[in-house]
Ligand binder design. Sequence first.
Ligand SMILES: Nc1ncnc2c1ncn2[C@@H]1O[C@H](COP(=O)(O)OP(=O)(O)OP(=O)(O)O)[C@@H](O)[C@H]1O
Length: 899
Amino acid sequence: MPSWWGKSSSKEAKKKAGKESFIDSLHRKFKFSSESRVNGRSGGSQGHCNDTISEKGCQSPVESRSPSPSKNVSRCQSFAERTNAQPLPLPSLHPAHVGRTDSGISISTKPRSEKGSKPLLFLPLPMPGCIGSRSNPTELDGDMVTASVFSESSVDSDDPADSCHRSPQATDYDNGNRTAAGSPSSSMLKDQIFTVAPIKSREPKKSAISFSNNISPTSPKRRPLRSHVPNLQVPYHGAFCSAPDSSKSSPSRSPMRAFGNEQVVNTAFWAAKTYTDVTLVGSGHCSSPGSGHNSGHNSMGGDMSGQLFWQQSRGSPEYSPVPSPRMTSPGPGSRIHSGAVTPIHPRAGGTPNETQTSWADDGKQQSHRLPLPPVTISNASPFSHSNSAATSPSVPRSPGRAENPASPGSRWKKGKLLGRGTFGHVYVGFNSESGEMCAMKEVTLFSDDAKSKESAKQLMQEITLLSRLRHPNIVQYYGSESVGDRLYIYLEYVSGGSIYKLLQEYGQFGELAIRSYTQQILSGLAYLHAKNTVHRDIKGANILVDPNGRVKLADFGMAKHITGQSCPLSFKGSPYWMAPEVIKNSSGCNLAVDIWSLGCTVLEMATTKPPWSQYEGVAAMFKIGNSRELPAIPDHLLDDGKDFIRQCLQRNPLHRPTAAQLLEHPFVKYAAPLERPILGLEPSDPPSGITNGVKALGIGQARNFSNLDSDRLAIHSSRVSKTNNHTSEIHIPRNISCPVSPIGSPLLHSRSPPHLNGRMSPSPISSPRTTSGSSTPLTGGSGAIPFIHMKQSINLQEGFGGISKPMNGFYVNGPSYHDSCPDMFRGKQPGSHIFSELMPCENDVLGKQFVRPAHAEQYDGQSVLADRVSRQLLKDHVKMNLSLDLSPNSPLPSRTNGV
Ligand SMILES: Nc1ncnc2c1ncn2[C@@H]1O[C@H](COP(=O)(O)OP(=O)(O)OP(=O)(O)O)[C@@H](O)[C@H]1O
């Protein structure tokens, strides 16, 4: 056991004292905020147009521990050294996957009454209703701004912790996380040690807290913000430390996870690696990119440890018993946040879930009662807290419990740990009554950390943004609720893991898979961008894949809704996937940054590593931001693929095509469609016991929610669970997983060129070594990879850093694929006769023109249908967006006003 573990909480007592006051103040603030919103909040933050949404510190989620082939891979093997990956089995064809997508928020009207505990923390849970009720379209932004302000302020914090000087402890810590399957995996490292709640007893504890579902077996022990047993000491996970614990899942715990514009290079590390040309404001700390098992990205934004190398040997950290020192690789967890702020209190993300830990240890994966999943608030307050004690680790986890038989389907039980993130842990949530699953992100809020408040706000922002998104290629947000000192966020469960994880386990993808995944990512981005929202952290670790090959964009912690005309470009993202303009801070917020990152992700899929991974973080950033070099593109990719990457990696953001435009690129346009596109289009019946939320609830949230999202995509169901004095209205949207995704089985029904049909392309997959991803050094100096200058319609817009203002949701500066079937896409693919038989383009709602194979239907009727459905969905989304944006009450500004 690490020495720091035994140190326990020397600061415990001191922190405890401040918790109460913190909670109270936070509570008051949220409450205040809530009221403000209800009354048409204005948020003084509107004046700010900072990056906002959320800034995460480094985190290192632990990937699923389920047995996987990856186990066969030596953890110490480097990507390059790894033996050939196992061929991916063909996805099985199943009925359309229907996934719940509705969002709901659970709320408990009854405050927690646990003796000795503080009043429940009223977290401002974003809700459809609340959102819809906003009269000012910029409110959302205001929230973000507010968050950003916090974030920035945090960056300037004098708190040593801010500087993220993650010490070697990080390593230990990381190791501990990874190695301790069930051990308290705190993800926070810091020079300060704190104690975490001891593992809860599995014995049922009688709780004074009543559950909405009538479950009241909570544990008296549960003392959210105060009772930490000094038997576990978890190093603070400061901004500087990357989440070393990242396991294979997230590749990128990145080298610079905590980088921020505002950050000051104040660490020795940075001092020694200062590149004058790189605008590294603030002390960026990088987490090791591939180290963490979280997402393994090197996202910047909160903490940046000095590990800026793409970790070549990130096997499956989680399996690795050996404490891994800090990772320097651009893994999943290396994100740089503009504010070196570690979102939630260090402990939040890293605090091991006692219960979970114990479960993991014993491998039983027992689950215990959890508060009701997505529940719609039935009262006027947009903020909710749950009085459910179900989340208490001490709650009996017996699946067969008979408590609350009245509302069987409303209980979610926390299952196995999927991973750790900056904000907390993610578990599988299972409703034993309905058989449904979800991903539960558990975040522990601490009051003893100055940044907790800020972190909470950031998290709220992410939730707020996510709650407004509904697309088959975006992880659906179901709802959230706070229970005591913990916040639970319910998300669509995507069991396949991230692209990063798949790459780690199976090696590089074949071209068909890449095409399919890329097409889906683009679909999600097109939708997102149509809402003037930029993800800012696109990379393999943040893209999840379900068993059917459907891709879902995840982790919107750094996403930002672009609203003003001018928005400073925050230094956020993951170094290796970061666009030049972000590094150079030369342009304003731009949707095009995602396109650049997409290009990097395509390379990542083709090589298992992001471009420039052979360089350490800072050096890579220097390359990206100051040289004209572009990463080498694997030869095994066909011309379309190479061209696609080049299009994305144009240094001038104005030259990059928009997501919508890229959907017309032959590389993705003919990607294999999903097998089951139609199933589920019609609203599915809500689960047993669940009634239509809108009708049943008749509350603002429900109404607004229905307005916010497409009815065609989801059914808003709710369940009213009345228990004792607690009434919860569950709003469980169900949606269909989507037809947009082309890949039901990338290997099947492909509409790609004949030579690719039905087969993976020449084996990229078989041997990760064969391709050189990062092994491909950057050859060439500037201009090694020629830019392709296509017809452009540059339309500089004032106030947006020179970036063109989106037109119909898309910036119109880049290559105009709108123009009738661009020649560049015609017959471009070698040997593809399909491309030469294109039907006349037809306009779609996006103003784009799609091209279809003349004999597509006879070629593959189902595929065509799927394609149409997918496009229709995209149109619907756009329409929906337009409708939403134009609504005076919409929290999102009209696109025409955006950017
Ligand atoms: N909806 C989901 N379905 C399945 N697994 C998920 C889901 N969301 C997250 N995970 C898993 O949980 C892990 C932690 O996710 P989380 O979003 O908290 O952190 P992260 O994305 O890895 O890091 P960060 O948020 O700091 O960038 C991820 O690595 C991912 O494997």
